[in-house]
Design a protein around this ligand. Structure first.
Ligand code: URA
Length: 205
């Protein structure tokens, strides 16, 4: 668990979490974003899937995983018979980090500073949602959930038992990593990712 800044108390509900993250200025990116994007899904879900940060479309909609990466995730989940609304979808960082190029807002990977500033919000979200187990999509989420740097390709596809709260963490690729692959590599990488995700819905071993 990460240390709550001295002037805070942990939010008592998801509504309080939403309001507190929206107002958060513990790192600079909150001033640029439209709004904070907390997770969505059922409280008590078997799985919480954690991504990196909201993208452009999520920032505007105020919902996680609604852009291209989310659509790929939705497709995979539907194929696995685990529809999106049965899991809780969240992000390690709650505000969209970007740089402006002309009028376009170009995603910038969240740095360790932003991830650390947001870590206690993710802890609160996990405590409030009480998922049985956690799935890290990509390196930022894996580091936020395990508290150490994670080489995703080396550690993907298995349950890791390192958290003080006892929740197992399953690491796999972020869907954006698949979208960035050359066409020739994408189909095979998707199949392997799907098989990772299938493992994430089996009982933590
Ligand atoms: N990528 C993420 O990590 N999270 C989102 O919500 C959208 C894209």
């Amino acid at each position: 668990m990460h240390v709550l800044p001295a002037d805070r108390t942990a939010p008592a509900s998801l509504d309080e979490l939403r309001a507190a993250t929206h107002a958060c200025r513990d790192c600079p990116i909150g001033t640029l974003a439209t709004q904070a994007v907390c997770g969505e899904g059922p409280v008590g879900a078997q799985r919480m899937l954690v991504g990196e940060q909201p993208g452009d479309q999520e920032d505007l909609a105020g919902r996680p995983f609604v852009g291209p990466a989310g659509q790929l995730l939705d497709r995979a989940m539907a194929q696995l018979g685990q529809p999106r609304d049965t899991v809780y979808l969240a992000n390690a960082v709650k505000h969209f980090k970007y740089e402006l190029r002309g009028k376009r807002r170009i995603h910038k990977t969240a740095g360790q500073r932003e991830a650390e500033a947001c870590a206690h919000w993710l802890d609160s979200e996990i405590s409030l949602v009480r998922p049985q187990a956690l799935v890290a999509l990509g390196a930022t989420a894996a580091r936020a959930l395990l508290g150490r740097p994670v080489a995703v390709q080396a550690e993907r596809g298995a349950w890791l038992h390192e958290r003080a709260d006892g929740r197992a963490v399953f690491v796999t690729l972020h869907p954006s990593a698949l979208l960035r692959l050359p066409d020739a590599e994408r189909a095979a990488a998707y199949d392997r990712w799907l098989s990772d995700l299938a493992g994430a819905f089996e009982s933590p071993l």
